[in-house]
Design a protein around this ligand. Structure first.
Ligand code: FMN
Length: 187
């Protein structure tokens, strides 16, 4: 399978970046190929402007060149995996804006559905699983991303994973990297 690995972190050597690498290495060892989309390094503009605003009366709207480039990058792969740090119990604005602009009407939802069957989202969280559960942040982010975005766009082989405790000190970061590798092996 050809996998598009989307990373949304300002620093490639962050824990999120290293988790993405651990995932990618394991996925590649399973015989898949990986194309990396490092949105920050590529300076992707996450702000949805008028050319990329959905036109509800036009399922065939031609979006901006930047968005068409992103759509082509998804279309030439069989699956997408998004790796991101959890910011404010959600995804970074960079990734949200990539979805706002690229997962657009008539291409990802509406008249047509997202062109790939398999999309995974892996969030690297600073807080522990218990802290997430205490206030319902885990079910909130899961509903938002897994149901509100992936299911809404018709992704049937979807998976949402939170890897917890990145800023809690060891053993959490090591565990996160191990878990990312396990997910890569399970892909
Ligand atoms: C702007 C910002 C907001 C954050 N919000 C949360 C949050 O809501 N919940 C949480 O568990 N961690 C939060 N964190 C911590 C990140 O999730 C943490 O930095 C990341 O998981 C791991 O480190 P990395 O940045 O090296 O990839 C936040 C970090 C930043 C910079």
């Amino acid at each position: 399978m050809k996998v598009l690995l989307v990373l949304a972190h300002p620093r490639r050597d962050s824990l999120s970046g290293r988790a993405a690498d651990a995932f990618a290495t394991a996925v590649a060892a399973n015989g898949h190929t990986v194309e990396c989309a490092d949105l920050a390094a590529e300076k992707f503009d996450p702000v949805l402007r008028e050319p990329d605003e959905p036109d509800w009366s036009d399922d065939d709207k031609v979006y901006s060149e930047a968005v068409r480039r992103e759509m082509a990058r998804i279309e030439r792969n069989d699956a997408t995996v998004m790796v991101f740090p959890v910011w404010w119990w959600s995804m970074p604005a960079l990734l949200k804006g990539w979805i706002d602009r690229v997962w657009n009407n008539g291409w990802a939802y509406g008249a047509r559905k997202f062109p790939q069957r398999r999309v995974w989202a892996i969030g690297i969280a600073g807080a522990t699983e218990e802290a997430f559960a205490k206030r319902g942040y885990d079910s909130a982010i899961r509903t938002q991303i897994d149901i509100g975005i992936l299911d809404y766009c018709g992704v049937s082989e979807r998976r949402f994973e939170l890897l917890y405790g990145s800023i809690e000190g060891q053993p959490y970061p090591e565990r996160i990297l191990r878990r990312a590798e396990e997910l890569g092996r399970a892909f």
